[in-house]
Write a protein that binds this ligand. Structure first.
Ligand code: C5P
Length: 229
């Protein structure tokens, strides 16, 4: 994709944006799964905001109850493996925002039939690690998105942990959010975040998730504009 930067307005026209959102579901058997809690709201709002600024936007989402934002290319997935494959398939992208709450583990061999409940007989689940989608996009040697943005949900030492996460994952920016229960972020409509890059840390006030998304999209537009003037 050839980037095109129009005029003086902060626009994302000519930019391809990739967004992951929602949880992943990792099957135990045909009816049971392992998942993280995630409404998908923040990721969907980001896809919508990027699209509103003119980015060709691909939203790769695990199962949620939300309707796909208008104008966005929507790819529905279930598992972390499917999400990673869908991300790779939608490259090249200029920017990737990984907002999905990917399950860290999956069951090594999911059962083909529903596991029967037998009193006193507990199934042993052998878990194996899932791929880290944010990290694998960040460390690509070919077709690495020019800007990779991750999220860090923390309950304590938010800035410190988020900075460490940025370095560990190899991404450019981290949106750190305080998800300690008192904040009501999980499943709620508001978010209190810090935007962390190598150069700076910004603390944003408590905002609607849609407003966090708009600001992030504006930051991304300003970044690409700055990088090309
Ligand atoms: O390591 P942790 O899950 O706290 O990192 C959160 C960030 O990493 C989020 O941006 C999330 O979307 C991303 N992630 C991922 N694939 C995983 C685990 C996390 O893309 N398997």
């Amino acid at each position: 994709i050839e980037a095109h930067f129009a005029g003086t307005a902060n626009t994302l026209s000519g930019i391809h944006a990739l967004v992951t959102a929602g949880p992943t579901h990792e099957p135990i058997d045909p009816v049971r799964y392992i998942a993280n809690r995630s409404s998908g709201k923040q990721g969907y709002a980001i896809a919508s905001a990027l699209s509103s600024l003119g980015a060709a936007t691909t939203l790769i989402s695990g199962p949620t109850t939300l309707a796909p934002p208008r104008g966005v290319k929507f790819v529905a997935v279930e598992t972390a493996h499917e999400m990673l494959a869908a991300c790779e398939k939608s490259l090249p992208a200029d920017v990737a925002v990984c907002a999905a709450a990917v399950a860290d583990w999956r069951v090594d061999h999911a059962a083909n039939q529903k596991i029967k409940k037998v009193a006193g007989n507990l199934p042993a689940l052998k878990l194996v690690e899932n791929p880290d989608i944010l990290q694998s996009l960040s460390i690509r040697t070919t077709a690495r998105p020019r800007l990779v943005v991750g999220f860090a949900a923390e309950t304590e030492k938010v800035l410190e942990h988020a900075q460490a996460k940025r370095l560990k994952k190899g991404c450019d920016w981290i949106v750190a959010n305080d998800v300690s229960p008192a904040t009501g972020v999980m499943g709620g409509d508001e978010n209190t975040v810090h935007l962390i890059s190598a150069a700076a840390t910004e603390t944003w006030p408590k905002l609607a998730k849609s407003e966090v998304a708009t600001r992030l999209a504006q930051k991304i537009a300003a970044h690409f504009k700055g990088a090309n003037t």
